[in-house]
Design a protein around this ligand. Structure first.
Ligand SMILES: [Zn+2]
Length: 136
């Protein structure tokens, strides 16, 4: 189900709770909502659809990924990025890293590790910030 995008900054500033298998339906909604906004959006965190759980969805260069409880283990190559957000107006600057190694869980809640570089790495960092209540 495609859900409404939350723009309430007070809600979005609260850290999300860990995701559990009970959140799989919400994860499907998150992916459907991201795809519905694909013309102007490449990533989304669950709190943007009103679900304060640590789930993110992103367009990884044409392949859609949904990551549960992602966290950054390693990062390298700092730079300043210009970013927008579907929940906010305008473009803002954010400090990002070119490469990030992520630990996350898949839909079966198996732990996985993956290194992302370039734009997908930037998207993940933006969405991980959402999970802890940080807005650009
Ligand atoms: Zn955002």
């Amino acid at each position: 189900m495609v859900r409404k995008i939350i723009r309430d900054v007070v809600f979005l500033s609260q850290p999300s709770a860990p995701a559990t298998p009970e959140d799989l339906g919400a994860a499907d909604d998150l992916l459907q909502t991201l795809i519905a906004h694909r013309a102007g959006c490449v990533g989304m965190a669950a709190n943007m659809i009103g679900v304060a759980r640590r789930i993110i969805a992103l367009d990884n260069g044409g392949e859609y990924l949904v990551l549960f409880n992602p966290e950054i283990l390693k990062r390298s190559g700092p730079y300043e990025a210009e970013e927008g957000c579907l929940s906010l107006d305008g473009i803002r600057m954010a400090k990002r890293w070119r490469s990030v190694k992520i630990k996350y869980q898949n839909r079966d809640f198996q732990t996985r590790f993956k290194t992302f570089t370039g734009f997908p790495a930037q998207i993940i960092q933006h969405e991980l910030d959402h999970c802890v209540g940080i807005l650009i």
